[in-house]
Design a binder for this molecule. Structure first.
Ligand code: FES
Length: 127
């Protein structure tokens, strides 16, 4: 049975290149955190864990962009990430990526896609 998508925030709560929203990740428990920001008109979500040392990125809660609003930045050592891909383009973890989280915008809400569609040619049931 499909799980309902989980609401993170209203779409209007995510300004382009501005403050993002934090949320618990994974959705079913655990101590991790995710975050979502708006970039190039789309909601982009990632696990809030820097590939360098595993710490959270935001320099204030929900603040992930550097001053131009074009890149995400890690507050600890200043690694710079592309908001569209999560790729680190400068800093100590250059070439590594933030772990992306699937989200969608529907009915004015940014929502986690907790139950991604099954792959048509995926593995069958265990014997
Ligand atoms: S912990 Fe993020 S750049 Fe070092």
């Amino acid at each position: 049975m499909a799980c309902p998508a989980r609401v993170i925030c209203p779409t209007e709560g995510l300004p382009e290149g501005g403050k993002g929203a934090r949320f618990a990740w994974p959705p079913a428990g655990g101590e991790g955190k995710g975050f979502v920001v708006r970039f190039a008109g789309e909601a982009r979500a990632f696990v809030n864990r820097c590939p360098h040392l595993g710490v959270e990125l935001d320099w204030e809660p929900g603040e992930f962009f550097e001053e131009t609003g074009l890149y995400l930045v890690c507050s600890t050592h200043g690694a710079i990430f592309e908001p569209s891909t999560g790729l680190c383009v400068a800093g100590p973890c250059r070439g590594a990526r933030l772990e992306a989280i699937a989200v969608e915008e529907r009915d004015g809400l940014v929502q986690l896609i907790d139950d991604p569609p099954a792959r048509p040619n995926g593995p069958g049931p265990s014997p």
